[in-house]
Design a protein around this ligand. Sequence first.
Ligand code: NAP
Length: 338
Amino acid sequence: MRAIGCKGGRSLENPDSFVTFEQDTPTPEGRDLLIRIEAISVNPVDFKVRESITESQDPPRILGWDAAGVVEAVGDQVELFQPGARVFYAGDVTRSGSNATHQLVDERIVGQHPKNLGFAEAAALPLTAITAWEALFSRLKIDPEADAGKRILIISGAGGVGSIAIQLAKSVARLEIIATASREESRAWCSSLGADHTIDHFEDMAAQLKQKGIGAPDYILCLSHTDQHFLTMVNLIAPQGMICSIVGNKQKHDLDLLKSKSAGFVWEFMFTRSMYQTPDMIEQHRLLNEIARLVEEGEIKTTLKQLLGPVSVANIRESHRLLEAGHCVGKIVLEGFE
Ligand SMILES: NC(=O)c1ccc[n+]([C@@H]2O[C@H](COP(=O)([O-])OP(=O)(O)OC[C@H]3O[C@@H](n4cnc5c(N)ncnc54)[C@H](OP(=O)(O)O)[C@@H]3O)[C@@H](O)[C@H]2O)c1
């Protein structure tokens, strides 16, 4: 198999930060599938892991945790898929990634590819859809029946995760959605996906909600810069409301500030289930299948925004550069292997 690996990646300018190399195609065992990758998507986790890799990394680390492809072979305990099945998945950050022609992935975190999408459109979805689904339904514990009509503030509505979170909050949870976006393009994208209101995350959010006559959100989903937004979230959340963040903090924050409102704060990390091999790992298989069904029924759509070309050192490097700039709208996808 061929792969693009990372060898010491603090600076993207380092010409050796990515290399193309060959290695033996692995044989699947146990519950693993060997997948031939047709398209990949990129995420901020890619450059966060890249920054932690030192120049002595050998062999190069294969990054990338979002792909669509075809099952080529299965391990002896595989129950959910057969060779030839089209699949989409995010994978496991503790294992080798999807910037390659082939990859081993545990079947319990793989979903059936949406029938009405091409590989590129499907590759845009898995990592962000798992994150948004788990945040809304497992962490914030939103019940589509009991909680319909409640209000959610989604901070960073136009990014990869926000683009699918808005759609799920609208079509599955049936919430009133306030999404944040700072530019005309990102505002328009949020509205097109189902946001009822947009406000700017670089301006005073409380003042904007007041000016628009919007009450306190019952839920806040923080998809960017938790440090920057923590106090705003504490002030905005409704009494007995819930905040979920997916972005780690560098500063210390005082949870006591939420006590008088009996409000909660919870983390979502979409690699938790695979990292700790939790007994409910198969929930990611189920939720990806549910995402595929929603796409097939026209309830939600792909978040693919930019098809950058084939998987190559130059395109991987460019995708990291775009993501690090922090103003992506929707998802960047690469299709085929150069
Ligand atoms: N915990 C998990 O499981 C998990 C999973 C996925 C992602 N993440 C993390 O979540 C974050 C978002 O991921 P993503 O894929 O959505 O990223 P992304 O696509 O790169 O997000 C880009 C968006 O961020 C918005 N943004 C930029 N600065 C902001 C700020 N200061 N406050 C609010 N929004 C801001 C931009 O909006 P404007 O251009 O309109 O300013 C842009 O639309 C990353 O840090 C990623 O590592 C965590």
